[in-house]
Design a protein around this ligand. Structure first.
Ligand code: CU
Length: 157
C-alpha cells in the first residue's frame, strides 16, 4: 500500500515536470527495461536526428547495446559526446554502450545518442519509428522511437 502511494506520487511528480511524461512508453527484454525512446528532429523535413532512450538492467549479468538499425534511415550510429574545452564533439561509440548489471544508462542531449543519418520521408512530431536494438546478451528487440520536434539550436552537433 505504502509502495503504491509512493509510486503514484512519483508519477504525479513526473507529470508536473514533463508534460510528455504521460506519453512515456517502455519495453522489456529479459532483465532489460528500455524507456521512452524518442527521435528528436529540428524540423519534420530534417534528414538527421538524434535518438534518446534509457536502458536499465535489473539482472546479474552485464550487457551491452552493440547495434541500432532501422529501415527509416540510411544509417543509425551510436554516438558519445566529448568536450574539447568549450566545444562539444560527438564521436562513434566504439564497442557499443555497456549496460552493467544493476545499472542504468541514459542517452540524453549532450551525451550518448543514436545518430540517425539520411532519414527517409517526413518526420512529423508523434510519428513512431520502428528501430531494432541488438544487445550482446539479451538479443534483439524492436522498439518505437517517437518523433519529437526540437529547436535546431538545442542539438549541439
Ligand atoms: Cu551524433
Amino acid at each position: 500500500m505504502r509502495l503504491m502511494r509512493l509510486s503514484l506520487r512519483l508519477v504525479l511528480a513526473a507529470a508536473l515536470v514533463s508534460p510528455g511524461a504521460a506519453a512515456a512508453h517502455e519495453y522489456r527484454l529479459g532483465a532489460l527495461r528500455i524507456t521512452h525512446p524518442v527521435l528528436r528532429v529540428a524540423s519534420p523535413v530534417s534528414k538527421t536526428g538524434a535518438g534518446y532512450l534509457a536502458i536499465s538492467n535489473s539482472g546479474r549479468v552485464d550487457d551491452r547495446l552493440i547495434a541500432v538499425t532501422t529501415a527509416a534511415a540510411n544509417r543509425s550510429d551510436l554516438h558519445g559526446t566529448i568536450a574539447h574545452g568549450a566545444v562539444m564533439q560527438m564521436r562513434a561509440q566504439a564497442g557499443g554502450v555497456p549496460v552493467p548489471a544493476g545499472g542504468r544508462v541514459a542517452f540524453a542531449p549532450g551525451g550518448l545518442h543514436v545518430m540517425f543519418i539520411g532519414l527517409k520521408g517526413d518526420m512529423p512530431a508523434g510519428r513512431m519509428i520502428p528501430v531494432q536494438l541488438l544487445f550482446e546478451k539479451a538479443g534483439r528487440i524492436t522498439v518505437q522511437f517517437k518523433v519529437e520536434a526540437i529547436a535546431a539550436a538545442a542539438h549541439n552537433h
